[in-house]
Every structure is written in C-alpha cells, then in structure tokens.
Ligand binder design. Sequence first.
Ligand SMILES: N[C@@H](CCC(=O)N[C@@H](CS)C(=O)NCC(=O)O)C(=O)O
Length: 213
Amino acid sequence: MYTLYWSHNSASIAAHYCLEEAGAKYDAVLVDMGKEQHKQADFLKINPAGKLPAMKLPDGQIISECAAISLLIADRHPQSGLAPAVDDPARGPFLMWLFQLNNTLQPAMLRFYYPDRVTADAAGTAAVQAKAQEEIAALWGRIDAHLGKGGPFLLGDRFSAADPLCYMLSTWQDCCPDLYRRFPNVKRLAAAIRARPAIARVAELNEVGPVAA
Ligand SMILES: N[C@@H](CCC(=O)N[C@@H](CS)C(=O)NCC(=O)O)C(=O)O
C-alpha cells in the first residue's frame, strides 16, 4: 500500500493520476496547502522540503518529486502501460518528455509562482514573472508543435505517464493565460486525458475551481 500526500491543484495531481491509472492500492492523505499544512511539523517529518507531492512506499521509504513518483508507479505496475519498457524504442522519447516537463517547464512555472525566490530585489519580481511567462509560452509552443505532428498524446497514439504530467501543467494557466486557445494541440491532449475515467476520478477530487479542458 502506498500513501500519497496531496493537496488540491498541486503537483501531487500527476502522481495521483498515475496511481489511479495503475489501479494501485493507496491511501491519499490531504496536506492542505491552503492552510499551510505543508510547512507544519507533522508534514516536515515526511518531506523536510515542505513540498508536495510526497509518497510513502510499502517498505516505508518516502519519495518526493512528481515525475519520480510517476515513473516508479509506472515501473512497478507494468500492466498499466504507463511507461514503455526499458528496451522499447519509445522509452527514450518517454523519458525525454517526462524530464523536460519536470525539469524545464515546471521550474519556469515555479519561477512565475515564487518570483521572490529568484531575486533578492523586491522590486524585481514582476520582471522575473514576465521573463518566466515568455519562457513558458515558448516551451508550450514547442510542445504544441510536437503534438501537432501526431498526438493526441506525447508518444502519438500511445498514452504514458508523461501525459498526466503534461495535462496537470496545462491546467496551471495563471502563468500562461488563455493556454488552450493559443495551443490547440495541448488542448486536444488535455481533453483526451481528462476524458479517461481514472483521471476524471482524481480530477474531480482535486479541482477546487473550474479548470478548462
Ligand atoms: N519538482 C517538484 C516541485 C514540487 C513543488 O514545488 N510543489 C509545490 C506545490 S505545486 C509546493 O509544494 N510548493 C511549496 C513550496 O515550494 O514552498 C515536483 O515536481 O514534485
């Protein structure tokens, strides 16, 4: 049994989607970011970084980082088809998308949401956000162009654990207003993911406000 520590509309959603898609047995423990519970002593014992998601494995180990959790679930539940096998030609593109989303797009988003962590100049946060928005739009533009060549998923017609991560990030639109109008192939991916029954179950639990897809 896994234990996922989650909060509404946070980076826990992608891991949550993968658990549900895999049909894994898990408990979901709400750590309400709206109430700053992720900075309180109880949760800091689980993840000293005070960030979500975190997941306890059946052997008691705790792991964080939504892409790492997603990949671990995929590897431990191969019947779910969430990840191409290590010798599958699709494994390389799969890893590339998973890492690019987590390592390039998401950090640009975090610069937008936490600009005061990037500059010591309180007057400089608006410029940090403007630059982050530029980068985020350029990254979505490249993802959209890739999806336009095939899709609806990042690996073409093959769903993988990279797609829920992409969908999750596409719902964070404060940093990229009007994303689905500007990037219609991302919108198509979002609609295809949101239509999956396992995703819908988790999305309904997570969504605290309207999320367009
Ligand atoms: N790279 C990490 C990012 C985790 C992250 O920044 N999560 C946000 C919620 S979306 C958080 O916990 N923020 C609180 C903070 O940074 O203080 C991941 O993918 O899991």
